[in-house]
Design a protein around this ligand. Structure first.
Ligand code: FAD
Length: 425
């Protein structure tokens, strides 16, 4: 099998997963990450459907299990904190996951597990990014932010929802070109943690509270000392719109939006200035006609971000990385039979990228199709919330999975089969 020289931009979930799989196939892999060190921020992420199967095929399940969040389920509460419904995690190993899955982990722990598995066979370059690249006859010529340049057989952009690789690949905004970023109305989620120790009677349960004015709160715990707080909703607040990327202004806008929201939001807003890991995301999906050009491809959120609303961000970044690596293994294996040449390598790469796109795109299209682009899950009025609380009570009584009802979680796509790549076994 020809050994490819591969550059991956982004050491997040997709970048680390792809690096692991390509290194396993014996390719020479470099990961370039804009952040000065492994970026381990982020709160709880989960795996569902085929994402779980890929974790197993990557051989990472035992390490993942040592870092599992101990969450037992999800409860909905009303303004007074009274429980209106409880939905336990499905730990039976059968059927779809609940809102709390059997595979909950802190994003940073998952990145670290993959990084630790890779660090001896993958080259990581932190604090550096791609300034520009050009497709030459048989290689991609890359110029880095430190002024150095290098040629690669394959370049993969795994640099997240705001991917620079994607922008360079599609050539920036052109007149008449469709913007691949599809905002989900005015929906946002802010993530942060506070050092709030657990109360004596408290359990490891995700708690969801809805407030009028399209506002929602969720709290979770990965340990007894820290509370994860998620403040989300849909708002056309001018302050929030103007504050994009300015953490202090974002905090100010969120404090204003959640004023008088009820339940424990008063305490949360009071402590918000102290939150060191505050991160505000405007919900969006990425929809591209193509995820590749020549020897350059995109994977994960950079290519097909399904948004947090789909519950499939982490799983689909793993599945995409697996299919991309599998197709490279397959095409390079076949290329071996012919005479080894640069042209031959390039053809193998292009064949693999074509197959990756044609096999995985139908899956992602269907996952994204299930996500409501405008309305979101937040009721406007107290009446809407009262109805939601009754519905929650009924759902809990009849054990109906509320995650599918409130969010747009679709773990699987009917008729789509996860390929098995013997090269990666
Ligand atoms: C800091 C952070 C916190 C997050 N927190 C949550 C969370 O709490 N819950 C949740 O559901 N999802 C969260 N996400 C998103 C989640 O990780 C992704 O939706 C999903 O796992 C897909 O992963 P990805 O690898 O495609 O993208 P990401 O996980 O976003 O990783 C992209 C990586 O690329 C790097 N990068 C960006 N631009 C460049 C560049 N120009 N050159 C080189 N590297 C670059 C980033 O620093 C990051 O390390 C977070 C993402 C980040 C970056």
């Amino acid at each position: 099998m020809p050994q490819l020289k591969v550059l991956i931009s982004g050491a997040g979930i997709a970048g680390n997963a792809l690096a692991l799989l390509l290194a396993k196939l014996g390719h020479s892999v470099t990961v370039v990450e804009r952040f000065p060190l492994l970026r381990t921020n982020g709160l709880q992420v989960d795996l569902r459907g085929h994402g779980i199967e890929i974790l197993k095929r990557m051989g990472l399940e035992p390490a993942f299990r040592t870092k599992l969040c101990p969450e037992q389920g999800t409860q909905m509460v009303d303004r007074s904190g009274k429980r209106r419904g409880f939905f336990p995690a499905n730990t039976s190993g059968e059927g779809p996951q609940s809102f709390t899955t059997e595979y909950e982990i802190m994003r940073g722990d998952f990145c670290r597990i993959m990084y630790d598995a890779n660090k001896d066979r993958v080259k990581y370059v932190f604090g550096t990014w791609i300034e520009s690249f050009e497709q030459l006859d048989n290689h991609v010529d890359v110029i880095f932010s430190n002024g150095q340049s290098e040629q690669y057989d394959l370049l993969v952009g795994a640099d997240g929802v705001g991917s620079q690789t994607r922008k360079m690949l599609i050539g920036g905004p052109r007149p008449g070109a469709k913007d691949p970023t599809h905002p989900l109305g005015d929906q946002y989620v802010c993530y942060f943690t506070l050092p709030w120790p657990m109360k004596e009677d408290e359990e490891f349960i995700a708690t969801v509270y809805m407030a009028p004015g399209k506002r929602g709160v969720m709290t979770r715990r990965q340990n007894p000392n820290q509370l994860q707080i998620y403040l989300g909703g849909s708002s056309d607040s001018k302050l929030l719109k103007a504050a994009r990327g300015d953490v202090e202004k974002e905090k100010q806008a969120i404090a204003e939006i959640f004023q008088g929201a009820g339940w424990r939001t008063g305490e949360m807003i009071k402590s918000l200035p102290d939150a060191k890991d505050f991160y505000c995301e405007r919900l969006a999906m990425i929809k591209l006609d193509s995820w590749r050009k020549g020897s350059v491809a995109l994977v994960g959120d950079a290519a097909y971000c399904p948004s947090v609303q789909s519950g499939m961000g982490t799983s689909s970044s793993l599945i995409g990385a697996y299919i991309l690596a599998g197709e490279i293994g397959r095409a390079c294996g076949e290329a071996n039979a012919e005479s080894p040449s640069s042209q031959n390598t390039k053809n193998a790469v292009e064949t693999a990228l074509r197959a990756y796109e044609s096999k995985f795109k139908p899956f992602m299209k269907d996952i994204q199709r299930g996500v409501k682009e405008e309305s979101g899950m937040y009721p406007e009025s107290q009446f809407g919330i009262t109805l939601m609380n009754y519905a929650t009570q009924l759902a809990s009584l009849f054990k109906v999975d509320i995650a599918r009802w409130m969010m747009d979680i679709k773990e699987d796509v009917k008729g789509w089969k996860l390929p098995l790549y013997e090269e990666l076994e």
